[in-house]
Design a protein around this ligand. Sequence first.
Ligand code: CTP
Length: 408
Amino acid sequence: MRIYKVGGAVRDRLLGIAVTDIDRVVVGATTEEMLAKGFRPVGADFPVFLHPKTGEEYALARTERKSGRGYGGFTFHASPDVTLEEDLIRRDLTINAMAEDDEQNLTDPYHGQRDLEARILRHVSPAFAEDPLRVLRVARFAARYAELGFTVATETLKLMRQLSESGELQALTAERSWKEISRALMENQPQVFIEVLRACGALKVLMPEVDALFGVPQPAIHHPEIDTGAHTLSVLQQAAHHKQPLTVRWACLLHDLGKGLTPEEQWPRHIAHESKGLKLIKAVNERFKAPRDCQELALLVGEYHTHGHRALELKASTLLELLQSFDVFRRPQRFEEFLAACEMDARGRKGLEERSYPQADYLRGAATAARSVAVQPLLEQGFKGPELGEAIKRERLKALKAYKEASS
Ligand code: CTP
């Protein structure tokens, strides 16, 4: 049996990037031989094993045939006579289809090294189309390696477009799509992920609500970039630049969906886009079964981002409603994430990337003022049940009025 490192480990070593995860392919072996050497099988009918000591993945060289729609529609053929070249040709990109042995001798039948040097993401063969998830993978790699100058090959983009138009993307499970989306959003240039999906028509299929923002104008006075899609991409870019967590990045991507619903005759104004967008945000959240914290923050940011921007003008009662909507007394971290998303929204505008966002500190101060209301004295005065709740609210309102006065 011969063992080779493959995929990302080879690619990233050649790029001079730290390799975290090593996948290996085993040529000339049977399942029985692997088990005899102590390897642990990953699944019942999948020819992948874990090394008994290192836990790293070893896969038998295999060919794949598509037997139906979606990811379930695969049959694998793994046998000792499958060659390394046959295994590599079914992979997604040429830069992912290189192998090397322990002496770092490279096997590169599909010219991955040439494409690495030329900074091109190119599919290996028509077998690319056998897994529609690869449309998302290529967009994710484009986001990851954008800073190194990588772009998607024209013929690969064409194939991605065909796949997007064929209806195959709908067959992807929410879990597989979310895994790609969430990883892509955590890259340094997540906006490139959305741009590539848009360029191949996949965005229209996966997130038509985001796709619809392109071509929708906003008032130049607040939005020198004008286009709502361009703004959304800039907000996402700012979120990555400021190393925001996934929750914030997801909320940034979805915060303005309501603007896609504005009737053209109302452009460039978007009256009540915050509340109108909520059903769209909910739909996208559910389509990908986004984790709860991502779903919640996206909805809250969608509804309240304009409150964030107008913080200094808000009445004490509106401030209190805002703080209560966030359950800020029990969930301070989520409020911080809201403030971060608002700040990214304010900075994701052409020429305004470096502006300060005093609203965030102001709202933090308001939260502290409201939180400073002590419950004990109210209990001592005999308040209980709903009356206690009302009394706390009154005291918080008083505290917020005082805070507003002190800040003006
Ligand atoms: N692969 C593929 N098609 C997929 C998934 C994986 O062709 N849908 C192949 C590629 O050759 C890839 C390898 O399997 O390089 C390993 O996949 P994975 O671990 O998901 O990705 P990596 O390329 O290692 O990249 P990452 O750094 O993102 O883990």
